[in-house]
Design a binder for this molecule. Sequence first.
Ligand SMILES: Cc1ncc(COP(=O)(O)O)c(C=O)c1O
Length: 291
Amino acid sequence: VTTVFFNGQYIDRSEAHVSVDDRGFVFGDGVYEVIRSYGGHLFALDEHLARLSYGLRQLSISGVNAESFRDVAVKLLAANALSNADATVYIQVTRGVAPRRHWFPDLTTPPTTYAAAARIIKRGDAGEGITAIPVPDMRWARCDIKSLNILANCLAMQRARDEGGTDAILIKDGVALEGAAASLFGVFDGHVRTAPLTNQILPGITRQVALQLCREAEIPVAERVIFEHELPLADELFLAGTTVEIMPITQVGTHVVGRGQPGPVTQRLGALFAGLTKPASVDQPPVPSTR
Ligand SMILES: Cc1ncc(COP(=O)(O)O)c(C=O)c1O
């Protein structure tokens, strides 16, 4: 049995039913978040809730406070005996249930809220690295919003998988913007680089943490685009994201990155990141166990 949060209540997953008129179902009209917990400590919870709040504001979805999910996330971990586990908390808010019209329904329409906690499913092995496949970026012009509408990301990820990769590198106008579900970093002559924050990428929380770690460790770092033609020139490439953490890319298509192994800067950042996610050093208090 799994307990989920649905429209204000904690219920069994099998009891949570979404209306066919839900705008999330019909239009993908909503936003989501994925938060990691390490041994019950929710990592960068403030930042995730701030991004959720931003997305809700950008989409003019009112009637729900992103902050309310702070308590929900903690309760879900406890209710599902995940207070001592490595887990993810998924949060989703849609504009709610209304007859199918493109324009917004009445402001009194309550948003649909959903959250669930689950044990972490690892994607790739940071000790080995992954293969990434460059794929044209077919997304819309507001990638800064963590919208439910991620069909283009799904298509890119599937294409990468079909071509033997683990993730995609989204290419727009000759620029390597990000992965299908993670931020992209490169290392060029000891300098770390990632795309600047624009409407074309998600403001990744792990991206921000990785940038901060670089600055603290005095690793030269810049928020400057990585061009597609520079990918073969990178000494190292890696993805940064809530679920993949710091994930070395050791191959781009058929091209081997560096020596085909996780590089020294990536490994160093991975170790520094692991230091942050150890329960003793994160800012959230431990979640009390239900057992
Ligand atoms: C397109 C995209 N970029 C970047 C990220 C990484 O963001 P975060 O580090 O906040 O998980 C994600 C996460 O799902 C994503 O979907």
